[in-house]
Design a binder for this molecule. Structure first.
Ligand code: GP9
Ligand code: MN
Length: 442
């Protein structure tokens, strides 16, 4: 085990990307608010259906100069869905190849995760807000090992009757009813909001939305736009509160989509809505309704990542390729915290040395110039590359190996719980017994 840890350490050192002088510590000392946009895909940004803009508020954040917005950012989850996304953001390691890391390993795992790192480097208070039972995805155990000090879940909110949909408290109420807790957290804080209303089956009461749904013949697709629009309004209301309370100017707000909301089998129905807005669709697939293939599906795995820093004037849309594994080093560097001594498998998206090969959890990968999907190679317009030349073949071999190695190193670390043995001069081990929040029984 010792030798495995040594080779992981070597890999991580070699893979490390040093932060840019321009962005390092840009948000030092600010509160950090993570908004987990459930099932939210990048194509929703700037999208229109039935003559309506789906997410006007998030669009304004996306286009703001106070935001680093990433246009080629991909989810990297496997079966652990939401929990995998959370794991990547909190720890800079991948979810497990099968199942969910939270569910399988979270109760006994040694983590060096964001809430504890921020406690030890900046004295941050930490909290999660989630309008479902605390034990969902084994969060109540996992969060303690990550060093989360507070976890507000279903038992801390009124989730009764029409206040909830299938996956818990409606997003507008989650934000509104959490404010009394948020205001009492000692600053600086690291707070995460896990939204749930934009989750399959995308149902919402009539009183909550007047959004006109399209008619694609696939109810899941049609209703997705309505709940995404509702989520957009929820986030806007939350921002208004942050501004009113004065917290806004002292915070860095990170918004990200955890994974796809529309599964591959529904993508041709989804593509019908793109016909209403063909310009917008260009970057998400080669041809909306004909010849739909795995490459088109892969392009729809883009999710948003927006890092909003009020007062910043030189943000803007970043086109470098990246994925969820890269978020933690990016955020830590913006806060002025070195990641040099941490075992994290992604690289700072804002670093010149950022690695743009994005590994999907199923061993597919995408890069700025080509993608490897289901064993086939595609150029950046989705044409299959059937006869690669020698130079290109070499590049493919190198990237394929790199993507595989990144996943394998992370799996080895997590499956064997090797952080138990890792001595990090910048990190003191978390004692989960220090935290005591609801067991999830409501
Ligand atoms: C429930 C929510 C959903 O707590 O986070 O998780 P998902 O089904 O998207 O993995
Ligand atoms: Mn999810």
């Amino acid at each position: 085990k010792k030798s495995e840890l040594t080779s992981i350490e070597k890999y991580v050192k070699h893979h490390y990307a040093k932060p840019s002088n321009v962005t390092f510590a840009k948000a030092k000392g600010k509160n950090v608010i993570i908004i987990h946009l459930e099932s939210f895909q990048q194509f929703l940004i700037d999208d229109k259906v039935e003559g309506q803009t789906v997410t006007p508020f998030l669009n304004s954040i996306y286009h703001s100069k106070s935001t680093y917005s990433f246009s080629n950012f991909f989810h990297q989850v496997g079966q652990g869905k939401t929990s995998d996304a959370e794991n990547m953001l909190e720890t800079g390691t991948f979810g497990t190849a099968q199942g969910s890391l939270f569910a399988q390993l979270g109760s006994d795992q040694t983590f060096q995760a964001a809430p504890a790192i921020l406690k030890q480097h900046g004295n941050y208070t930490s909290a999660v807000f989630h309008g479902n039972t605390a034990s969902f995805w084994n969060r109540n155990s996992t969060y303690k090992n990550m060093g989360y000090e507070n976890f507000f879940s279903a038992s801390d909110f009124d989730v009764s009757g029409d206040k909830s949909t299938t996956y818990g408290l409606k997003d507008k109420l989650l934000f509104k009813d959490s404010i009394k807790y948020l205001q009492h957290l000692q600053q600086p804080f690291y707070a995460k909001y896990i939204t749930v209303s934009n989750h399959i089956p995308y149902t919402l009461d009539d009183e909550d939305s007047t959004f006109k749904t399209p008619s694609t013949g696939d109810k899941t697709v049609d209703n997705y736009f309505k709940t995404a629009n509702y989520l957009d309004q929820s986030v806007e209301e939350f921002f208004n509160f942050l501004k009113k309370s004065g917290l806004y100017d002292d915070s860095m707000i990170v918004l990200y989509g955890d994974h796809y909301g529309i599964s591959n089998s529904s993508n041709t129905a989804l593509a019908k809505t793109f016909e209403q807005d063909p310009d917008h669709f260009k970057e998400f697939g080669s041809n909306p309704t004909e010849n739909w293939n795995n490459w088109d599906n892969s392009q729809l795995q883009r999710v948003p990542l927006m890092i909003h820093i009020p007062g910043m004037k030189d943000g803007g849309i970043q086109s470098q390729y990246g994925g969820e594994i890269d978020v933690l080093p990016t955020i830590l560097h913006l806060l002025g915290i070195s990641t040099k001594n941490y075992i994290q498998f992604g690289t700072d998206l804002l670093s010149k040395q950022h690695d743009q090969v994005v590994a999907f959890r199923n061993n597919d990968y995408v890069t700025p110039t080509y993608s490897s999907i289901g064993g086939k190679l595609y150029d950046s317009s989705g044409n299959e590359i059937t006869d690669p030349n020698t130079t290109f073949k070499k590049k493919v071999e190198k990237d394929r190996k790199a993507a595989k190695e990144q996943l394998a190193m992370s799996d080895s670390l997590n499956e064997k719980n090797l952080l138990r043995f890792y001595k990090n001069p910048d990190f003191k081990k978390v004692n989960s017994a220090n935290y005591n929040y609801s067991d999830g029984l409501t």
